[in-house]
Design a protein around this ligand. Structure first.
Ligand code: GCO
Length: 477
């Protein structure tokens, strides 16, 4: 019989992803300190519907069941984050034995189940005590974070080799500091710019600290990529699906007429602010010069910082959800941009308002191949939110999510065939969880969580993913 060529290599990582604050709960148990997100959630009006991560989906107590579900889904990789406030409650100094023990047991259990842990050191939540000292706006944070990173790798490094330092620094700089939607919600563009630089520096210092622990570690910064496309057509809705991206460093006030040329230029700028600013410096040792020239608020870059930042990651960790349609805005003669939700094109949209656009993933992967030749790539998040309903017979028929996953995974196969050094794919998310400031309304999971009983049920998409992995990894042709 003719041998059918497998598209996905045998060592391809098939995973699912989560983050600590979104799933763990146990916000003040066993010595955990208050985090910035605990403080935010406990402040009335900050999270839609008054949602909090106090219990979240109780993963802290149900982790055994969750690892069992992962095993059932046949995933071979799991991306999760460590709650800094759980493991090092004061943000510096001594570690909390009970926090250490929680992650210790989780890692052991994953390995026993044949699931490789991919660990993120900071997925937005930091100890409140550090936020009180300015959080990422304070330059000292770069040292606190790298000390923490070194300690964690000493603890778990015999069992974990894939480390991600910071998740989506753009969302932290913009959403948490430049805008008002996430803690501490400063709404201060200068603070956003300073945080942006400190996050890049903190990543680089942490990468150094991790590599100092041993050669075997692979380290990356996690970036969300939104490919840009210009849009000049009519706009119906004013709300944009990118709340965390708004409050932009250069947000333009007041709009003047724009041309298609403007729109193209704006898309270029958007790509610069959203993608290139975070991707390029570790390779080039510079922030993109065109964006620097366009920015109104500049971070304080001290001599030597860029030499530290110029340190290639071992892999590119990419979160991909959708593209960004960009409209030009002009204010006081200066061209700027904003993301636009356009709903009349016949494409589908998630409940986040995000357009389903797998071609954007294809373009992104091909671009990474060209611009970061050879650097391995992991898609560390990709997924679809919807208001899933559980049927009377207990199933969740989320065909729209099956369709989303299938189309994006097809793109992965296509990219591999074109020589992209793609090493793995992680669905966001393993199970429905707290979607930050938007609360409990956005279900991203391939496992359904009943928020009253906390019971878990594998959705149709989870079953589809399981079967897909089985066929992609089977020895038979
Ligand atoms: C982010 C995070 C995830 C989100 C997911 C859906 O992008 O904010 O990485 O924690 O839940 O991306 O928005």
């Amino acid at each position: 019989m003719k041998e059918k060529k497998k598209v996905f290599p045998a060592d391809f990582a098939w995973g699912a992803a989560t983050s600590a604050y979104q799933i763990e709960g146990a916000w003040n148990e066993d010595g955990k300190s208050e985090s910035n997100w605990d403080r935010w959630a406990h402040t009335p009006g900050k999270i839609k519907g008054g949602g909090t991560g106090d219990v979240a989906v109780d993963h802290y107590h149900r982790w055994k069941e969750d690892v069992g579900l992962m095993k059932q889904l046949q995933i071979n990789a799991y991306r999760f984050s460590i709650a800094w406030s759980r493991i090092q409650p004061a943000g510096r100094g001594s570690l909390n034995p009970k926090g250490v023990s929680f992650y210790d047991k989780l890692i052991d259990s994953l390995l026993e189940s044949g699931i490789e842990p991919f660990v993120t050191l900071c997925h937005y939540d930091i100890p409140q005590i550090l936020e009180d000292r300015g959080g990422w706006v304070n330059r000292e944070m770069t040292d606190w974070f790298s000390e923490y990173a070194g300690k964690i790798v000493h603890l778990f490094g015999s069992r974990v080799t894939k480390w991600m330092t910071i998740n989506e620094p753009i969302c932290i700089a913009k959403g948490h500091y430049a805008a008002t939607v996430e803690p501490p919600g400063l709404g201060d563009p200068q603070a956003g710019a300073d945080a942006a630089h400190h996050l890049m520096l903190a990543h680089a210092k942490a990468q150094r600290a991790i590599r100092a622990c041993g050669q075997k570690y692979q380290v990356a910064l996690v970036n969300c990529i939104f490919p840009s496309e210009p849009y000049t057509g009519p706009v119906k809705s004013d709300s944009d699906g990118f709340a965390r991206m708004s409050g932009d460093i250069n947000s333009a006030e007041g709009e003047e007429p724009v041309t298609p040329e403007d729109a193209a230029a704006a898309a270029y700028l958007q790509d610069g602010y959203t993608n290139r600013w975070w991707m390029e410096p570790p390779f080039t040792g510079r922030y993109p010069q065109d964006i620097w020239a366009h920015m109104e608020h500049h971070p304080d870059v001290i001599e030597g910082d860029m030499d530290i930042i110029k340190a290639k990651p071992d892999f590119l960790a990419i979160n991909y959800y959708t593209r960004y349609l960009v409209r030009a805005v002009r204010s006081k003669g200066k061209l700027s941009w904003k993301g636009i939700p356009v709903k009349e094109r016949g494409n589908s949209y998630s409940s986040m308002g995000w357009e389903v656009y797998p071609e954007g993933l294809y373009n992104t992967l091909l671009r990474l191949k060209k611009e970061y030749a050879g650097t391995p790539v992991y898609i560390t998040e990709n997924g679809f939110a919807f208001e899933d309903k559980i049927s009377d017979n207990g199933t969740i028929e989320d065909d729209y999510r099956v369709d989303y996953l299938r189309r994006h995974i097809d793109i992965c196969g296509k990219a591999l065939a074109e020589g992209v050094n793609l090493k793995g794919y992680f669905v966001w998310s393993l199970l429905d969880n707290l979607e930050w400031e938007t609360g409990w309304g956005q279900r991203f999971g391939i496992i359904y969580t009943d928020y009253k009983t906390l019971n878990r049920t594998v959705k149709k998409s989870g079953l589809w993913y399981r079967d897909f992995i089985a066929s992609a990894t089977s020895k038979k042709t």
